[in-house]
Write a protein that binds this ligand. Structure first.
Ligand SMILES: [Zn+2]
Length: 189
């Protein structure tokens, strides 16, 4: 069990992996917990970071956010890797502010590998991160995201840039598939 204060992983001194990777992982956990309701267990689409016996753990992270005291607990139901993040409310990864009304959002079902590709992107717009980290896994290995029109506009814009800078054709193809999916949803909306 890790006990971490969020202001300890937001600093610039963590650029090198694996500390940086862990910071990104925690940031995504905080982001995902902040955009969901408090007091309930959220089944995120964030894959577990652990690699027991050099194989990726097949689990995904569950989170529970408690508002008083403000903490976010996370656990992988498969390997039981877990932790508690406190002091996260004033950090950059609290994405709760200006979340759209659920009535203004559309559901997007994203295949697991495409969702992983989205998680590995360096998105900067809060609206994009809100949409991506709204992802909740489904029983059949998909991830269900919800996005408003504004969120879809920022997500497709940022995705287009990521595709331009993709380092491999495999990654470019995955991101292009993600973009296509988002554009389909946009044209239906
Ligand atoms: Zn695990």
């Amino acid at each position: 069990m890790f006990y971490i204060q969020a202001d300890h992983f937001a600093g610039p001194g963590l650029r090198t992996s694996p500390a940086h990777r862990f910071a990104v992982y925690l940031s995504q956990i905080v982001g995902a917990a902040s955009v969901g309701p408090s007091g309930v267990r959220l089944e995120t689409g964030i894959p577990c970071r652990r690699r027991p016996a050099h194989k990726p753990c097949p689990g995904f992270v569950d989170t529970v956010r408690v508002d008083v005291p403000a903490t976010i607990e996370w656990i992988c139901p498969v390997c039981a890797d877990s932790g508690v993040v406190s002091n996260w409310k004033h950090g950059d990864w609290n994405l709760a502010e200006a979340m759209p009304d659920p009535g203004e959002t559309t559901t997007i079902l994203v295949p697991g590998p495409i969702y992983r590709a989205l998680l590995s992107c360096l998105f900067v717009e809060v609206t994009t991160l809100q949409a991506v980290l709204s992802g909740r896994r489904t029983a059949d290995g998909m991830v269900r995201m919800r996005a408003s029109d504004d969120q879809l506009i920022s997500l497709t814009g940022e995705l287009s840039l990521q595709i331009l800078h993709a380092r491999s054709t495999g990654r470019r193809r995955q991101l292009a598939e993600a973009l296509q999916l988002m554009e389909q949803v946009q044209s239906l909306g």
